[in-house]
Design a protein around this ligand. Structure first.
Ligand code: MRU
Length: 350
């Protein structure tokens, strides 16, 4: 049974019904809970790039399912060529989270054996993601003591990882094992994944939390109000350098200054051994309107997009930054907690 529970019903962030990819509509949260249906591979690609589904693990599952849609639409003769074309298209929807190409590569490779094997592989990518999130929770819970305040950035919960989550999974495990904890949720400009998604998830699960402005993390750390910081990852290079949501880097620098343990939580599918260090990780640049406009619901229930910056000014919107390995205390994976260096990371894969 999944951990994700909304209004008394268990869900996953993304799943398949027949040939349709179904996903929780994350752009409408926390205002509306609804399911978005992708009937074609183009619909699924669109849902990934517009962030209807988002977060490294859920993006990976979406990529695997989009490949499955390509399989179901292809004749046997041209299967491999059609799948290679589909992979290219899917991989280009979002460049930073390596889980996307991890999933499409797995399905493409499986197609070399048979169509049936490739279909099973697409489902396995999603199932493993959920299970790895659960195990990350088991290991990460050991780091959290009763009475701890945990700071987190962006959303690395059920929504981002099919189920359970990466950074939030240890928090759920700690809460469910009866520890008295509190979570400081960075709002995470410009898309507000913290204020909208993490806070909503924690609310659904009854985990005590407070949303803090993005620029308040160092302040709380300086006051001794943060015991540990746990964040997710979109890609971890072989040496431990980690790409995560923009703003992670400055939190890691502040955490080191104040002697606060700073952990990355991620499944091994987020580790990219082919990229030696953070310099090789592509950083997605998104539309400037995400910075200059804001979207929300008024008290009459109507949605609005409003300009919140100087009209006509240019804005820049890098979606991720790279935290150097030396700022990371450890990486929580489904196989245990390891140091952020090449030797420890490579040992995980033995
Ligand atoms: O741009 P997003 O919302 O897809 O960003 C990805 C993230 O959710 C975070 O960077 C997260 O911390 C890692 S994903 C489990």
């Amino acid at each position: 049974m999944s951990l994700m529970n909304v209004n008394g019903k268990n869900y996953r962030a993304i799943w398949m019904e027949g040939t349709t990819v179904c996903m929780i509509e994350q752009n409408k949260l926390p205002f509306e809970f609804s399911i978005h249906y992708c009937k074609t591979i183009d619909d699924t690609c669109d849902a990934i790039s517009t962030m209807i589904t988002r977060g490294a693990g859920s993006i990976g599952a979406a990529g695997g399912y989009a490949m499955l849609q390509a399989i179901l639409n292809s004749d046997d003769e041209n299967l491999f060529q059609n799948l290679s074309n589909a992979k290219q298209k899917i991989d280009s929807t979002r460049p930073t989270a390596v889980n996307l190409s991890y999933a499409t590569t797995r399905v493409l490779k499986a197609a070399e054996t048979s169509k049936e094997f490739a279909i099973a592989e697409a489902h396995a990518v999603a199932d493993e993601c959920a299970e790895h999130g659960r195990l990350i929770g088991v290991y990460g819970n050991e780091l959290i003591k009763d009475g701890f305040t945990i700071e987190t950035h962006c959303n690395a919960g059920w929504l981002a990882l099919v189920d359970y989550g990466s950074a939030l999974s240890p928090i759920y495990a700690a809460h469910n094992s009866g520890k008295n904890i509190h979570v400081l949720v960075d709002e995470t400009r410009p898309r507000s994944q913290g204020a909208r998604l993490t806070a909503w998830e924690l609310n659904q699960s009854g985990v005590p939390h407070t949303i803090i402005p993005d620029n308040a993390g160092a302040h709380y750390m300086s006051k001794g109000k943060v015991d540990i910081m746990i964040v997710g990852a979109d890609r971890i290079a072989a040496n431990g350098d980690t790409a995560n949501k923009i703003g992670t880097l400055e939190k890691a620098i502040a955490a080191q200054y104040y002697g606060i343990p700073f952990y990355i939580a991620a499944p091994m599918s987020t580790i990219d051994l082919d990229t030696p260090n953070g310099k090789g990780i592509p950083i997605e640049e998104r539309a400037e309107e995400e910075v200059t406009y804001s979207y929300g619901k008024d008290n009459k229930g109507n949605f609005h997009t409003i300009l919140t910056a100087s009209p006509g000014s240019k804005a820049s919107n890098p979606a991720f930054d790279i935290t150097p390995a030396e700022l990371i205390t450890g990486i929580i994976t489904e196989k245990g907690i390891v140091k952020a260096n090449i030797e420890s990371i490579k040992k995980l894969f033995l």
